[in-house]
Design a protein around this ligand. Structure first.
Ligand code: RUB
Length: 318
């Protein structure tokens, strides 16, 4: 069975980080499933369902950490319903569209909540590029508040450059710094504002590598650190003891082949994310409200209480 080219392209773009950031990855996965369903030429319901599961697996295998990806697949594939291809197709197209609309609504809702924490004249320090975090800044600007930003460049892929450009386009004065200068510039910051790729049941936050060190420094400097994360970042499998896989990316993102030839035979490690424990986080802002990290599990149970299906996996009885 051939996957639609859009599914393959979407998967390749997620794996290569052409498409990056947890919310964007979730939206792209849902959109790809919609195309697979809409263009499917399956003639039986069984063939259609199998095709959508294969598409789900292809998308799921791209990157392991941002739980927005499996949550997007769950949302769409669990709503695949019907006894004929036409009804199955319509159900997937509807669910994928619904998912994307919910993402947009959630991001602006959490932005309005997160903006309430920001005061006129505040300086915000950012790490990586988080559309959920920037939604809070944008909402605060819409409330008439003036903000400045200290943007960490975020090696090795320099997502801070995306954030710097986005903030400049909002009219926010930006100071770009190397990651190692964060502790020094925390003295000038009123808030640290970051996003999340996954939030565990104990309130730990998985985000771009460097977040946990920034949180420790922010705590020590007395600068509040807020995580802006839609509920699709909640990781339901952690309610049953599963842990979040931290993606190890290609060493060449850290050391070019030329540099390696110069340096010689050294091991290079390139973890893309790290885990910040709840004790180093002041608040998690979601579209459903602000939570101390230790209580995020109440929201997780409310939203994902019925366990963690993996509807892209072939059912054993098939
Ligand atoms: O860690 C990253 C991106 O990592 P990468 O660049 O490796 O994908 C972002 O902070 C979160 O995904 C949240 O982003 P958003 O708020 O946009 O979902």
């Amino acid at each position: 069975m051939d996957l639609h080219p859009t599914v393959e392209t979407t998967a390749e773009d997620i794996a290569s980080m052409e498409t990056r950031g947890a919310a964007t990855i979730g939206a792209a996965a849902a959109a790809a499933l919609r195309v697979q369903a809409g263009e499917s030429d399956a003639v039986t319901p069984e063939a259609f369902r199998a095709e959508l599961r294969v598409a789900g697996r292809r998308l799921h295998e791209t990157r392991p950490t941002a739980v927005s990806l499996p949550n997007a697949l769950r949302y769409v594939l669990r709503r695949m319903d019907g006894d004929e291809v036409a009804t199955l197709r319509a159900s997937v197209v509807k669910a994928a569209t619904e998912f994307e609309q919910r993402l947009d609504r959630a991001q602006s809702q959490l932005g309005a909540i997160g903006a309430n924490r920001l005061q006129d004249g505040d300086v915000v320090m950012t790490h990586c590029h988080s559309t959920d975090a920037l939604a809070c800044v944008e909402a605060a600007l819409d409330q008439g508040k003036h903000l400045e930003a200290i943007v960490k460049e975020t090696r090795p892929r320099l997502q801070g450059h995306i954030t710097a450009r986005a903030l400049r386009e909002m009219g926010v004065p930006v100071t770009l710094i190397v990651d190692n200068a964060a502790r020094r510039y925390l003295d000038d910051a009123d808030h640290v504002l970051v996003g999340a790729d996954a939030i565990a049941a104990d309130g730990s936050v998985v985000n771009k590598i460097g977040t946990s060190g920034l949180a420790v420094n922010a705590r020590e400097r007395g600068v509040p650190i807020v995580v802006a994360a839609q509920t699709i970042k909640l990781h339901p499998a952690t309610m049953t003891g599963h842990t979040v896989e931290i993606e190890m990316r290609d060493e060449r993102e850290v050391v070019s082949d030329e540099d390696r030839a110069d340096i010689g035979d050294v091991a290079v490690e390139n973890p893309a994310f790290d885990v910040t424990p709840p004790r180093h986080i002041d608040a998690i802002v979601t579209e459903s409200g602000q939570f101390p990290p230790e209580s995020i599990v109440t929201l997780m149970r409310e939203l994902f209480g019925d366990g963690v299906a993996e509807p892209w996996v072939e059912p054993t009885n098939e």
